[in-house]
Design a protein around this ligand. Structure first.
Ligand code: IVH
Length: 669
């Protein structure tokens, strides 16, 4: 291919990929399958590799930075990023409306009411339509340069769509980076699975992700970004807030559709009540409603105070917080040896969910909050998951309590505990039953080696009896070993031996997940499997080589290389292979893809297929699998016993079919 031809092709590919990104991430209407998208992407990558000078800074391939950032540079915002006054009471909102009308000397004001996103406020600066810089809010005047990380968010246009509107000069846009709840839950599941600390709420997860020093990790965690304000634009004036939102949408941003136009303040109050009632059904955390004067000339007339505008307020939702007592603080030991203090609480109902435990993360966190056994505390449920202790009501502290101290010995195996950064870890490795237990349970679980019937209860017994000392021992087990365990009769032993045998040919990516390498969950494992196709090749890769893979950053690369360099791990691997374990990698099906572009949820029972089989078939047919209903889901396969997911799907008018129709659709009868 000549340079001129390459240039043309690069431009076409970039344009098409940009369009597909927009359709997928902003419009929720993908037009092609993931596989087809990947092909376009790889073709572009290859051409840019061959002709490096054709690699534009706004090329879609540049969403994944590879470089480890030292620290984030401070940058000055184009316009100060002000905050909003937070109001808790309806009366305060009525007063706001009265002040606005008085200030403008009018009878009635049109407002726009929209969800207040509980994420991270960011500024995006474009020059002649190309993204130059993105930063955190910081102190409002200067923030931190997080451009590389914001680039990885697919809802952020790297180049503004022209849309007939001028995109010349400098445009500064403000928006909120956030983590959708579905992604948050999946991320926490992955983190726990990888033996890491989960995030307490989606806001922390988004903040931690946006301030990642490794953009590869940011890219792997899918953030979203909603734009809500044009802070600066040259040669363009908006008449209303609504018109501004239209412009943002036209430039390719994700803009909240739920914004409501309100004649007067009453409908805005109604919107607040309505949204609060639906709060738990949204796919992201919302902590209130923002009420803004719609007309821009009126906004200007009203002007700003030093920290906040006079034309907008945040009408917050009451927090999901309750008061309860700490009954105990127990220290748990995870798969990686990390010690986590957990508060065990007097059960309390926090807006509909009973909370009886709260993570305290690590020693510093306990000491910072000074949580003690016997204390009365405020607990918050954030983003529907792990509850956290917000603060101690010290005035209610009984006499004689003691400050918490991390044990110096592992509570499970009594080995010495060492501090690593903010955490304490048991130094006993796989000789610590808690760590070994975690490893083996993870190894045998679904999504990993998938040994049917080898669950926590059996694993614990096997370890107690000294029958399993590392992962490879699992495949040395004999019927006699199981005969001594509780709950095993002749038939179940037979089944167990058959299950072990059947698990010896796992999919390569699942095998990699099973090994429990730090940072290697489903997503990374799939990337590695696709790239190398065989364990042997992966074992020889060093960190530098691993980093070349699209989507793998330095921290992940380091962890993988480190794992395979360890003599101890290699020995375990050798023994696994000797026992007949053969991971297999099938290149993605190239056949017809009747479910291309579909996002499928399975719920309820299946009769002809097992759930994993059905999911694999759906994936082979081009679909992606989701575990929860959201508006991204396009198809639900429901069977007997389907419950709330089916109801939700119907509410969202998502197509629902049964197993027979599913089989028919993928071309099997
Ligand atoms: S408009 C001049 N709209 O809430 C300020 N802000 O507590 C214009 N926020 O820092 C802001 N959702 O980052 C606006 N729909 C929304 C918002 C929103 C969340 C954030 C904003 C601000 C904070 C104030």
């Amino acid at each position: 291919m000549t340079r001129a031809e390459a240039r043309k092709r690069v431009e076409t590919l970039a344009r098409e990929i940009r369009e597909h990104d927009h359709r997928y991430y902003v419009l929720d209407r993908p037009a092609i399958s993931d596989a087809a998208y990947d092909r376009l992407f790889r073709e572009l990558q290859a051409l840019e590799e061959q002709f490096p000078d054709l690699r534009a800074p706004d090329s879609p391939t540049q969403r994944v930075g590879g470089a480890l950032r030292e620290a984030f540079k401070k940058v000055r915002h184009v316009r100060p990023m002000r905050s909003l006054d937070s109001l808790m009471e309806k009366d305060e909102v009525l007063e706001f409306d009265a002040r606005v009308r008085k200030g403008l000397e009018v009878e009635e004001v049109t407002y726009v009411a929209e969800p207040k996103f509980d994420g991270l406020s960011v500024e995006l600066v474009y020059e002649d339509g190309v993204l130059q810089r993105g930063s955190t809010r910081g102190d409002g005047e200067t923030g931190e340069d997080i451009t590389e990380n914001l680039r990885t968010i697919r809802a952020v246009p790297l180049r503004l769509h022209e849309d007939g509107r001028a995109v010349k000069g400098v445009i500064a846009v403000r928006g909120e980076a956030l983590m959708p709840l579905s992604e948050f839950e999946a991320l926490n599941r992955r983190l726990i699975e990888q033996g890491e600390e989960p995030f307490a709420n989606p806001r922390n997860a988004a903040a931690g992700t946006v301030r990642q020093l490794d953009p590869g990790i940011t890219a792997a965690r899918r953030l979203d970004l909603y734009a809500y304000d044009v802070m600066h634009v040259e040669g363009l004036r908006f008449k209303t807030q609504t018109e501004m939102a239209e412009a943002l949408r036209g430039w390719g941003f994700h803009v909240e559709k739920r914004a409501r136009h309100c004649a007067g303040i009453e409908p805005a109050l109604a919107f607040h009540a309505d949204l609060e009632a639906r709060r738990d059904t949204l796919d992201y955390e919302v902590d209130g409603v923002v009420v803004k004067v719609d007309r821009c000339d009126w906004q200007e007339l009203l002007g700003m105070r030093s920290r906040s505008p006079r034309w907008a307020v945040a009408f917050k939702f009451p927090p999901r917080i309750e008061v309860t007592k700490v009954l105990d603080i127990v220290v748990q030991v995870g798969r990686t040896g990390k010690l986590t203090p957990v508060a065990s609480l007097q059960p309390v109902d926090v807006s509909g969910v009973t909370v009886s435990r709260a993570t305290l993360h690590n020693e510093d966190e306990v000491l910072r909050k000074d949580v003690r056994v016997g204390d009365t505390v405020r607990v918050r449920r954030a983003g529907d998951v792990i509850p956290e202790v917000v603060e101690v009501l010290t005035e209610k502290r009984p006499r004689g309590t003691k400050a918490f101290a991390m044990p110096s010995k592992c509570p499970v195996c009594a080995a010495p505990v060492e501090r690593e950064g903010a955490y304490h870890v048991c130094t006993n490795g796989l000789s610590c039953p808690a760590q070994l237990e975690g490893h083996v349970i993870h190894f045998a679980a679904r999504g990993a080696m998938d040994v049917a019937g080898l669950g926590a209860k059996t694993v614990i017994q096997l370890i107690e009896q000294g029958l399993v000392r590392n992962l490879a021992d699992v495949y040395q087990l004999t019927p006699i070993d199981f005969a001594g365990l509780e709950g095993f009769a002749e038939k179940s032993i037979e089944n167990m031996m058959a299950a072990l045998e059947a698990s010896k040919k796992p999919r390569l990516d699942r095998f990699l997940v099973a090994l429990g390498i730090e940072h290697v969950g489903e997503t990374v494992a799939r990337l590695l499997a696709e790239h190398y196709g065989a364990v042997a090749k992966l074992m020889e890769a060093d960190a530098e080589e691993l980093q070349q893979i699209h989507g793998i950053g330095p921290e992940v690369a380091e962890s993988v290389a480190h794992f395979f360099a360890s003599a101890r791990n290699r020995k375990v691997l050798d023994r696994l292979f000797e026992a007949g374990v053969r991971p297999v990698h099938e290149k993605r099906a190239k056949g017809p893809q009747p479910l291309a572009g579909q996002v499928v949820v399975f719920t309820g029972g299946l009769e002809r297929l097992t759930r994993p089989e059905a999911q694999k078939k759906a994936e082979d047919a081009g679909a992606r699998i989701a575990s929860a209903i959201s508006k991204r889901v396009t198809l639900v396969v429901a069977g007997p016993g389907a419950g709330s997911k089916l109801d939700e799907a119907k509410k969202l008018k998502i197509e629902v079919i049964d197993e027979a129709a599913f089989l028919k659709r993928i071309g099997e009868k």
